[in-house]
Design a protein around this ligand. Sequence first.
Ligand code: GDP
Ligand code: GDP
Length: 436
Amino acid sequence: MAKPVIAIVGRPNVGKSTIFNRIVGERVSIVEDVAGVTRDRIYSSADWLTHEFNIIDTGGIDIGDEPFLDQIRQQAEIAMDEADVIIFMTNGREGVTLADEQVAKILYRTNKPVVLAVNKVDNPDMKEMIYDFYSLGFGDPFPISGSHGLGLGDLLDEAAKHFPEVEDVDYDEGVIKFSLIGRPNVGKSSLVNAFLGDERVIVSNIAGTTRDAVDSHYVFDDQEYVIIDTAGMRKKGKVYESTEKYSVLRALRAIERSDVVLVVLNGEEGIQEQDKKIAGYAHQAGKGVIIVYNKWDAVDKDEKTMNEKTKEIREQFQFLDYAPIAFTSATTGKRVHNLLPVVNRVSENHAMRIQSSILNEVISDAVARNPAPTDKGRRLRIYYATQVAIKPPTFVVFVNEPELMHFTYERFLENRIRDTFEFEGTPIKIITRARD
Ligand code: GDP
Ligand code: GDP
């Protein structure tokens, strides 16, 4: 189920990122140990008491060289587009400023609930600072202190009151949910149109609607599919859509609801740093991944080019060594029909269950061939392995001492598992536990 989304809006320096970090806590939404992936703190899941939600710090979305006012206008628009509830943040120490009034004016246009927060109210004596803020027209202001962590409970309780009742469409088990992610202009919407434009594809009318997103539901060869978040891709023309952080935000939201993610690259421009970053999120989220090298028609090529590009992609995306690569041209439609069978296969692998008896045969075979490492005279002993989850396939390996499991050995076991079973396109997780 998709979680409700809170966005924080406000002029610079009122304390948005401080509050964001407080609410998110030490949770790391994106782990940094993947090559090419840096931590991004503008979007994260969070929880407060029984509420689970996602939160966006719109202040972290840097909108190029736009003048100050355009920047906050666009940040407010992102909040209005992406969030279920908006926290409008101000600074109690400075009182209501012209910039606050301008933000307010933009937010009047939204039909999303807005909760007004007055930050930097660092002690209870300062509470009268909030009265000024009634003039903004968003009802009771909530005094908070990001530095001291005060008032956040009341603020989030108020925000949670406005969480929508129906949060997501639940699709049947057998439906494959996939999304296309990538930098702006790589051809995501063109690919979606190419899928849906195929005359053998039956597009269903019952498109699931989640907030502003419209999923496309369709059937091909008796298999049902949902393309996640095509509305966001089709609705175009806003300035902020070309910003890096915004494309990350969209990608993260689409990834969250997908089983399989198509990471789309632009063959015309080649691979860029940002592509790796975006791909890293899909990997990190444990989704099935397919690398799609689009605009293949625009690439100068001979019979060797595909091999060369494959090699280059493998070098650049080492953490996705399990992902199949497809070369497509959305505009000519060439090779696009090859994609769906790959989506089917990856989706199947992502949900595969391996019998414990067979799994343990593979593991003991692997150990016999390449004995587990020793450390200071102690040898890792593997007793038993079992699959505990699918999507992605997750294995627990019971051992004598988990500290003795070196990541290179874990990698070796993963490779043995991959050699034996068909896990193309899906990450697999191995967890080492001490046997009681
Ligand atoms: P943003 O630009 O809105 O994201 O603001 P920041 O979170 O970067 O905060 C701007 C400045 O205000 C920083 O120096 C913070 O340490 C400070 N600040 C944030 N919250 C509080 C608070 O509750 N009380 C006080 N006194 N300072 C705060
Ligand atoms: P998105 O921002 O990732 O959704 O990209 P679009 O689908 O809007 O495509 C951006 C531009 O690239 C448009 O002008 C498309 O016509 C063009 N484009 C998309 N796919 C291809 C392709 O396979 N080949 C070529 N030559 N152009 C493409």
